[in-house]
Ligand binder design. Structure first.
Ligand code: ZN
Length: 505
């Protein structure tokens, strides 16, 4: 509260001051160094004098200065008779701001923070025991991702650099492996896909764009004259004490009471239309219908609200007493309005309302991220085995919707597991042969479909698939029937839980 007075101080041109709690930030811009030096020193001394007056200490020891151009560094700044030296970076509201505004240091800082949490998680989440893998995923999504993406609107562009992408991937990889309980040799490409974690650099760019939209009110997805829908500032709202509750309609109604029905509608075409139906008491026939078109990006909620707004304007201009029935009331008049609204979505006219909702931008960004992720998943040399089972990320999404991913299923979906072709490849066993027959390599397919050792386990699954007319070992086929998929993962579990003993490893 005391500080508020400081923020009202008259500042010379090119100066900006802001504060968070007792942390004050002063930004000074100038055309040349002489001006920069004199303006900065004048304002610094004014702040310091004000501080002394109100017993708040802004001493030189507590003050940091940073220059954002090499030239500005030669400026001599002082406070209370002490020279201030420039620092290469400052931390402000949790962001490390460096003098080149590259934000590489910031990224390193948040990665370090996230890694420390990861190391703690490692104590509790082992491949075969400890916290449920879904918990690792939840911790990632709700703790790690927000830590990393915080304020990405300011610094997020750094995530486009190759080195940044690499660092982010290596952090994210750890969480993805935990979330699916995979072997540590599983590739990042396969791990992220199976864990269904959007690559972190793409998430940062999403947040960057969302925050940029908030800062600029526009989005590259739409023309600049379509701007972001904003909540009405509190100072423009009716004072809460002046807002009256719902009146008793039957008592208030008179013969000249006008009824207005409102509705909004949104069709697949993206257009939003809405009418106002005016119904004279009793006849139930709409006599006047107004139609308004909203921009294609608008939601049905915006359409409903816009209808109510227009109804209010109409009511205050034309009538003494009005009752407005909104869609939620379920009246005959609203049904008429609903029908007219659906027709109105086909109107070819310029929109009467053109503010896009944030949900529109978020949806567009998510679609773009998923496209980019799919392209990376496909073109990557990593994860060939997983890709042969699931060619698209959507396949994995469907798979995960119907079944839990765990230690055993992950082994058959990644080809990194306790079967001997893997153990031999990583020089853990001298050969890759299955104990059932010394000439057969023990692959995932051999274990699932051929190995006589697991014939009994296999029979139940195959019988079920025959019954449902499904190819028993093809995942796209199995995805068609939840029961068959469950039986397949159960089979995998039965085999893999006995595998170590069977192979004597
Ligand atoms: Zn075998």
């Amino acid at each position: 509260m005391i500080l508020d007075e400081l923020l009202d101080m008259q500042l010379p041109a090119g100066c900006h001051m802001q504060a968070f709690a007792d942390d004050v930030l002063l930004i000074v811009t100038a055309d040349n160094n002489e001006e920069l030096q004199s303006v900065s020193n004048t304002v610094l001394s004014e702040i310091s004098n004000w501080g002394t007056k109100v017993k708040l200490n802004f001493g030189p020891a507590k003050t940091q200065v940073i220059a954002f151009t090499p030239k500005a560094k030669s400026v001599q700044l002082h406070m209370d008779g002490t020279d201030l030296a420039f620092v290469p970076e400052i931390k402000l509201l949790g962001i490390v701001i460096d003098e080149k505004l590259k934000f590489k240091r910031h990224l390193k800082y948040v990665l370090g923070k996230a890694s420390r949490i990861y190391n703690k998680l490692c104590i509790y989440a082992r491949p075969t025991w400890g916290t449920h893998p879904e918990n690792s995923r939840t911790i990632y999504l709700h703790v790690i991702e927000p830590i990393i993406t915080y304020a990405a609107g300011i610094w997020g562009q750094v995530a486009m650099q190759k080195s940044a992408r690499k660092d982010l991937a290596s952090l994210q990889r750890g969480f993805a492996l935990k979330a699916i309980r995979a072997f540590r040799t599983v590739s990042t490409n396969a791990a992220l896909a199976l864990a269904q974690l959007i690559p972190l650099d793409l998430r940062i760019l999403e947040v960057h764009q969302i925050e940029q939209t908030r800062l600029t009110n526009t989005t590259p997805f739409l023309p600049e004259d379509v701007t972001l829908e904003r909540p009405t500032p509190a100072r423009e709202l009716l004072h809460p004490a002046l807002r009256v509750g719902k009146p008793d309609l039957d008592h208030e109604r008179t013969d000249d009471t006008q009824e207005i029905f409102t509705d909004g509608s949104k069709q697949d075409s993206g257009a939003v239309g809405l009418p106002l139906c005016l119904d004279p008491g009793g006849s139930q026939q709409p006599i006047i219908t107004k139609k308004f078109k909203l921009h294609d990006s608008c939601t049905v909620f915006q359409a409903e609200l816009f209808a109510i707004l227009e109804a209010c304007k109409w009511a205050t201009q034309k009538y003494q007493n009005t009752v407005i029935y909104t869609d939620s009331q379920g009246n005959v008049g609203n049904e008429a309005a609903d029908g007219a609204a659906k027709l109105a979505t086909l109107l070819h006219k310029t929109p009467d309302y053109r503010s896009f909702p944030m949900s529109f931008v978020k949806h567009k960004l998510r679609m773009r991220s998923l496209d980019l992720w799919q392209a990376r998943y496909t073109s990557s040399e990593q994860g060939q085995y997983t890709k042969s089972i699931f060619p698209t990320l959507t396949d994995i999404k469907h798979f995960r919707k119907h079944t839990d991913i765990h230690f055993h299923t992950t082994q058959i979906l990644t080809n990194h597991g306790f079967h001997k072709t893997y153990l031999h490849r990583f020089h853990i066993t001298p050969d890759d042969c299955c104990p059932c027959n010394t000439n057969t390599p023990q692959t995932v397919t051999h274990l699932l479909t051929d190995c006589p050792r697991f014939a009994a386990e296999r029979m139940r699954h195959e019988a079920l698939c025959v019954y449902h007319d499904i190819v028993p070992y093809s995942l796209p086929e199995l995805l068609k029937k939840e029961e068959a998929l469950a039986s397949y993962t159960e089979l995998a579990s039965r085999i893999y839980s006995k595998l170590k003993a069977y192979n004597g490893t």
